[in-house]
Design a protein around this ligand. Structure first.
Ligand code: C2E
Ligand code: MG
Ligand code: MG
Length: 248
């Protein structure tokens, strides 16, 4: 019913290039604007939607809406940024993801390299040949692939060389204590070094303080997102953030 009534909305969290300080992307994060419950966060309904299978419908809507929004921003004259969309393992296994992506790109005309799919380690760990082939075809379209919450899953690293991955997102649980916990600092620093050795980009999530950012800069992390720069924003707020400030 929520889908039929158009109650789902996307908020967008800026992704910042560490070297230039510029917004280079945005992660689309779904919320359910429920008539009685108010704005329901994804952690509350995605797990339920995964069990019921409704995540496939929600996920397809998210993919389409995020791409449409990115095109709209570009048509409004904003600099080109990439849009990151979270893909549930259940949605991936529905077998429709490749067709969905191709259809959305054709419908919207969005440049494929401006779309990034955020996969969980659960998707790639299944490791079936079909998974590799599907991801390879999506990658061949020009779409970018990232591993979300990197380091919290099964931690087999062999998939990094088998799959056409472009970027790792260091889970925010590691970032939270990099300033005070030497072990967390070592893990984050090692993920960054490993990613670069494998010619992958790396982005840190959940960056909340300047001290965390200073360490990430020292370790040559490529990009970050987090409350320090900004919380997820409505499309209107995001447009204002991204608009070049008019000369005085
Ligand atoms: P995620 O993909 O790892 O998204 C990052 C989450 O961390 C977001 O929570 C974001 O609001 C939050 N966050 C960002 N910066 C900070 C920070 O500095 N500090 C802290 N403490 N948190 C920060 P959100 O929006 O509640 O989303 C939670 C999870 O729900 C996402 O984790 C993702 O796994 C899932 N999700 C969100 N949208 C979608 C979607 O469209 N499809 C699917 N399948 N999953 C989604
Ligand atoms: Mg994500
Ligand atoms: Mg994450």
């Amino acid at each position: 019913q929520g889908i039929e009534r158009g109650e789902f909305v996307l908020h967008y969290q800026p992704q910042i290039d560490l070297a230039s300080g510029r917004i280079v992307g945005a992660e689309a994060l779904v919320r359910w604007r429920h008539p009685q419950l108010g704005l329901v966060p994804p952690g509350k309904f995605i797990p339920v939607a995964e069990v019921s299978g409704l995540i496939v419908m929600i996920g397809e809507w998210v993919l389409g809406e995020a791409c449409r929004q990115n095109c709209a921003w570009q048509q409004a004259g904003l600099p080109a940024i990439s849009i990151a969309v979270n893909i549930s393992a259940v949605q991936f296994r529905s077998g429709r993801i490749e067709d969905n992506v191709a259809a959305v790109l054709a419908d919207t005309g969005l440049a494929p390299e401006l779309l990034e799919l955020e996969l969980t380690e659960g998707i790639v760990m299944v490791g079936a040949n079909a998974t590799v082939e599907t991801l390879q075809r999506i990658s061949d379209m020009g779409v970018k692939l990232a591993i979300d919450d990197f380091g919290t899953g099964y931690s087999s690293l062999s998939y990094l060389k088998r799959f056409p991955i472009d970027r790792l997102k260091i889970d925010r649980s590691f970032i939270a204590d990099i300033v005070t916990e030497p072990d967390d600092a070592a893990i984050a620093q090692t993920i960054i070094a490993m990613a670069h050795t494998l010619r992958l980009e790396v982005i840190a999530e959940g960056v909340e303080t300047e001290a965390q950012l200073a360490l990430l800069r020292r370790w040559r992390c490529d990009a970050y997102q987090g409350y320090l720069y900004g919380r997820p924003l409505t499309p209107q707020q995001f447009l204002q953030q991204l608009s070049p400030t008019p000369a005085p």
